[in-house]
Ligand binder design. Structure first.
Ligand SMILES: [Zn+2]
Length: 363
């Protein structure tokens, strides 16, 4: 995959795919729909299914994560990664997706625990009985984790920066437990997808944020064929889940009186300079942060693994952002998301014959 497009429309594909092909796209990532995958194949483009991972099978509250006060918390349409019914439902969907003849492969999304943008209460999960049991099986002291996360929650709610929580007893174990659970589950879905002869890809938080949600690049690299950190750098919508700038904005918002630059220190993106928290929404993080996060992913996953970050289309400097992905050592790039609006935007950009969205890597 050199140039991929995340396909966000539900209607006819033929003319869209012809347009994408004409502009050099060799992959579309989208639904598990048979027509979508067949149309991609007819257009000579690789079609990939993308599945959310921990979507619960129904809206029963017992599938959801549980916060420190015992309340169910939904995050990113997801249930608890340790809930047996949620897990079985995921495995069944991955089995189905991997058996589609026209699919080049399957991407996993949301394979993690809750992130800061889902809210402080959801972030400080999960304390359900299944997590307690899993922690015990894996040798973690769940009560220590519960105490540590409770203290962390109270500190963050009182406006202290997250970095002050890193020395709390139990928080490190909480993060390690999250990573352990996610690494294990990625191994399971990878096994399902690859056993059907399909490639396995995944969308992940960038290295600066991934440890907060249980995604450990080093640990999962062996199970992946394509790794795609989500490098949406300038998503101007408060509370949006996954873009670097909105996740950092959520973290910074819990500590309103603090210098907002502390979130760059914790995410390893020092050098960004903002005056106030909302500048994170207005301006996002720089193109050079995209290069840095790409390079950090590369160093974590090794030279051989395919790396194709996904970037946000509404970026007036999108050509430079693509260049920075290249400079960071990626093999390809994907764009989120193909709609009538983004198509128009890209079309106007590409009208100038000097502008090209191409991704060739000289090795
Ligand atoms: Zn749980």
């Amino acid at each position: 995959m050199k140039l991929g497009m995340f396909y966000g429309k539900v209607e006819t594909y033929e003319s869209d795919f012809a347009w994408l092909k004409k502009h050099g796209f060799d992959a579309v990532i989208g639904s598990d729909d048979l027509d979508f995958l067949a149309a991609a194949r007819r257009a000579g483009i690789d079609g990939w299914s993308c599945l959310g991972t921990f979507n619960p099978p129904d809206d029963a509250p017992e599938h959801l994560c549980v916060d420190i006060e015992g309340k169910p918390r939904q995050w990113f349409f997801s249930g608890c990664p340790n809930n047996p019914e949620v897990r079985e439902y995921a495995l069944a969907r991955y089995r189905t997706a991997a058996s589609r003849v026209d699919a080049a492969g399957v991407f996993c999304d949301g394979t993690r625990f809750a992130s800061p943008a889902s809210g402080l209460e959801a972030f400080c999960t999960c304390f359900c009985k299944h997590c307690a049991q899993k922690a015990q099986t894996l040798g973690y002291d769940f009560e220590k984790i519960r105490k540590g996360v409770t203290e962390m929650y109270l500190r963050l709610r009182n406006g202290e920066p997250f970095i002050s929580a890193s020395d709390i007893d139990g928080v490190k174990e909480w993060l390690a437990f999250r990573a352990n659970v996610i690494t294990d589950f990625i191994g399971r879905i990878s096994g399902i997808v690859r056993s059907k002869g399909k490639l396995f890809g995944g969308f992940f938080f960038t290295p600066g944020l991934s440890r907060l949600v249980g995604q450990d690049y080093r640990a999962i690299a062996g199970d992946m064929d394509i790794i795609s950190p989500m490098l949406y750098r300038n998503f101007n919508e408060k509370g949006a889940i996954a873009p670097i700038n909105t996740e950092l904005h959520a973290l910074a918002s819990w500590a309103p009186g603090q210098n907002p630059n502390w979130v760059f220190e914790i995410s390893g993106l020092s050098g960004q300079r903002i005056e106030k928290i909302d500048d994170l929404l207005m301006y996002g993080v720089s193109e050079s942060a995209v290069k840095l996060e790409t390079a950090r992913t590369r160093s974590l996953i090794g030279k051989e693994k395919k790396l194709a970050p996904i970037i946000w289309w509404k970026d007036l400097n999108i050509l430079q952002t693509v260049q920075e992905v290249k400079n960071g050592g990626a093999d390809g790039v994907q764009i989120f998301i193909f709609t009538e609006e983004s198509k128009k935007f890209l079309e106007s950009l590409l009208q100038d014959g000097n502008n090209k969205l191409e991704f060739s890597v000289e090795k």
